[in-house]
Design a protein around this ligand. Structure first.
Ligand SMILES: NC(=O)C1=CN([C@@H]2O[C@H](COP(=O)(O)OP(=O)(O)OC[C@H]3O[C@@H](n4cnc5c(N)ncnc54)[C@H](OP(=O)(O)O)[C@@H]3O)[C@@H](O)[C@H]2O)C=CC1
Ligand SMILES: Nc1nc2c(c(=O)[nH]1)N=C([C@H](O)[C@@H](O)CO)CN2
Length: 238
């Protein structure tokens, strides 16, 4: 049975991924900064299928230590989902710290987890390994006032292609570029309307659209080194 490691698993799309796979009988290791009631409830419902590991700061060294301490092994799918979405800080000192944090979560952590994944993956035991990186349409066309977010997601896009070349043929590596999939609670109705006005679909798709894309990538052994855009057509309108 596939064993899936998901980062940023505690809420929103990460939590949707955990539920999507445990109900199918997959083994899931859910990496989160801090466990919560939602993860605990899923663990109670599917005790044999979920292993929650807490990585409080998503630093590469902490992530590796947590994986080692928990004895995580035989992972066949890695989904690099953890992310922080913030507008650029005005104060230069704060902005520098913000940039480093974005790099840590969007690039250093996925690269570290991907190399850990490749080292532990056993091609003799499993048909193939799969890595899926969650990037963003803003990787190609930066969002105003989100330079650090956009740049580090672009970096993850480039890492995806390097990893696909490095890890072939045993492991396939792809990215998903969402656009305006699911608003955050802090998005006002006005902000939501402004975003949806700039997309061909005009609707907020929700995480089901991303789950379908993850399933497509897992199901198609001829897809590697590429990005799949899921944005309701927003990227050609911007
Ligand atoms: N929602 C959308 O419309 C879009 C989403 N995306 C990308 O798709 C992926 C899933 O989106 P979504 O679920 O909305 O993302 P979230 O904003 O919920 O972030 C993903 C996960 O990252 C962790 N996280 C949140 N804030 C921080 C922080 N400040 N520092 C470190 N980790 C943090 C959380 O996991 P935990 O609490 O378990 O640690 C969270 O569940 C992300 O990579 C996102 O960038 C891209 C474009 C559009
Ligand atoms: N980590 C996140 N990244 C992004 C989110 C999110 O909710 N979390 N949302 C977007 C959307 O594009 C939205 O902000 C509309 O512009 C981008 N990235």
């Amino acid at each position: 049975m596939p064993h899936i490691l998901i980062s940023g698993a505690g809420r929103r799309f990460g939590l949707a991924l955990v539920e999507h796979f445990v109900v199918q009988g997959y083994q899931v290791t859910a990496m989160t900064r801090e466990s919560n009631l939602a993860l605990q409830d899923l663990t109670h419902q599917f005790p044999a299928h979920i292993n929650v590991i807490e990585c409080i700061d998503y630093s590469p060294d902490s992530a590796l230590q947590v994986l080692q301490d928990a004895g995580v092994k035989n992972v066949t799918v890695l989904i690099n989902n953890a992310s922080l979405f913030e507008a650029d800080k005005d104060n230069q000192q704060d902005a520098q710290a913000q940039f480093m944090n974005m790099y840590k979560v969007h690039m250093a952590l996925p690269a570290t987890l991907s190399h850990w994944f490749a080292e532990q993956f056993n091609p003799a035991a499993f048909k193939e390994g799969v890595i899926i990186n969650l990037t963003d349409i803003y990787a190609d066309n930066p969002k105003p006032q989100h330079m650090y977010y956009s740049a580090t997601k672009a970096g993850l896009e480039n890492l995806t292609k390097s990893l696909a070349k490095q890890l072939a043929p045993a492991i396939r590596v792809n990215s998903i570029k969402p656009g305006a999939i699911k608003f955050l609670p802090e998005h006002s109705k006005g902000e939501q309307h402004a975003v949806l006005k700039n997309s061909l679909s005009g609707v907020e798709a929700g995480f089901a659209a991303l789950l379908k894309t993850v399933d497509y990538i897992l199901d198609n052994a001829f897809v590697s080194g590429t990005a799949i855009t899921v944005d309701g057509g927003r990227s050609i309108v911007l």
